[in-house]
Design a protein around this ligand. Sequence first.
Ligand code: CA
Length: 230
Amino acid sequence: MKGYRILIVEDEKKIADIVKAYLENERFKVAVAETGQRALELLKDGVDLIILDLMLPDMPGEDICQAIREDSEIPIIMLTAKSEEEERIKGLGLGADDYVVKPFSPRELVARVKALLRRSKGIKKKVSFNNNNLIIDESRFEVIKNGSIVVFTPTEFKLLLNLAERPGQVFTRVQLVNAILGYDFEGYDRTVDAHIKNIRHKIEDDPRNPVYIKTVYGVGYRFIGLPDED
Ligand code: CA
């Protein structure tokens, strides 16, 4: 993934520096803008992905997001210190592709950046977790657990990939149905649960103590595997 240009729009120098260091470690080309105005200037140079803080000194991140979306489909990850669900949904409604709530793990943010770039550039994914214990290879349509290929149905594969490409993020059952079927369909909750159960039997050593897919009670599911370094 090296060489892609990432623009960090963040006025908190400490955060910008850490994220920049992590991204440069992955050989991304990184620019930092401390204001919205500067971000809009730097965007003219061409950027592959933007990490955009919601709270900036000169203008709200939402305004920048909207301004970008007027003429660009460039992937945007929003950073927000406000964890309220409403803020998140608002961020996504404005055209952001993903969001991360502060405080966040830089490693997780890098994983999100890579996932989003792959999606936007149409790059097939090959991701591995927990020291190569679990490998998901999209181009070969394979899941490898402990060195052995495990047979997945297309729906199970889509579901696992959707969860795994955003480690740590909680997905509701409706979001997961949407992701695997391509549209919202109420009443499929139990179908999702059934698929998750099957997936757990295939990738978890002990399905009752999962280390990959965790149930978030009353909400949905979250992937908790640790992404390996590329
Ligand atoms: Ca800020």
